[in-house]
Design a protein around this ligand. Structure first.
Ligand SMILES: CSCCC(=O)C(=O)COP(=O)(O)O
Ligand SMILES: [Mg+2]
Length: 255
């Protein structure tokens, strides 16, 4: 069943990850935070992640419900466990608000790297995703990723999936180094970096604020509705083209 006819000028499909290719619950990896911190606490990289989270917590001090992360005073095991618990609570609080802070994404990226490389975890995609991407490529489309997750984390995800290493299906990756996903300038920079016009791009995302920023830049958009995603208002439902599966896209070039 076709619900979105892709305009003929589109040559690039730009994909969001969380809520679009991959279930939100998979990205959050909430259950493993404490165990990860306890195992990696002494490592330089983990300490850098905690320091960044502490700095973010200081910036968030005025935000309702924010969880502070105390600094260590060297007061033994009990204090260490209290700090670890504060980090866990802070991370869970950020995840509950689906925040995209560098501090949170950096820790998540490192947790993923540990889990993927140890073979403890494989990335999951909605079942229509990989067949559709293969088909789009056969039809001559270029396919890129634009996610709040770092490019390093994106490559881990697509490199260690239930479908194997599928990195070759993508022509490139963008993260918030190019700009935030809710800012229209980011989409102009992406078009520039790919070497196309913004109207050659179709962006698929679950977040209407991102869709709106992309549209403002002249990018075509469809909002992806998946199980587990945040609900849309009636207004959002009428303002955007909605799809529930990539198979609902019709490419004129595939006719
Ligand atoms: C490798 S991607 C990590 C996903 C992530 O942490 C995230 O917040 C994704 O958000 P988006 O919806 O921008 O893909
Ligand atoms: Mg998303």
């Amino acid at each position: 069943m076709v619900v979105f006819s892709v305009p003929a000028e589109v040559t690039v499909i730009l994909l969001d990850i969380e809520g679009t290719t991959t279930p939100i619950a998979f990205v959050k990896v909430r259950e493993n935070v404490k165990e990860y911190l306890q195992t990696h606490w002494e490592e330089e990289e983990c300490q850098q992640d905690v320091n960044l989270l502490r700095k973010q917590a200081e910036e968030d001090a005025h935000v309702d419900g924010a969880i502070p992360i105390p600094a260590a005073s060297g007061n033994g095991v009990d204090e260490l466990q209290q700090i670890i618990q504060a980090v866990v609570d802070n991370v869970c609080w950020q995840m509950s608000l689906d925040r995209k802070t560098t501090a949170l994404k950096q820790l998540q990226g490192h947790m993923w790297r540990a889990a993927f490389t140890a073979g403890h975890m494989k990335a999951e995609f909605f079942e229509d995703v990989v067949p559709a991407v293969r088909k789009w490529r056969e039809d001559g489309m270029k396919v890129y990723i634009y996610s709040s997750g770092s490019v390093e984390a994106q490559k881990l995800l697509f490199g260690h999936s239930t479908e194997g290493n599928i990195l070759e299906l993508f022509d490139g990756h963008f993260d918030t180094k190019i700009g935030h996903k809710v800012e229209s300038e980011s989409y102009k920079k992406i078009a520039n970096s790919i070497g196309c016009s913004t109207n050659n791009i179709l962006f698929l995302t679950d977040i209407t604020l991102e869709a709106s920023a992309a549209e403002e830049a002249g990018v075509h958009v469809a909002v992806v509705v998946r199980p587990g995603n945040a609900g849309l208002t009636d207004d959002e439902k009428t303002s955007y083209s909605l799809i529930t599966s990539f198979s609902e896209l019709y490419l004129p070039s595939s006719a």
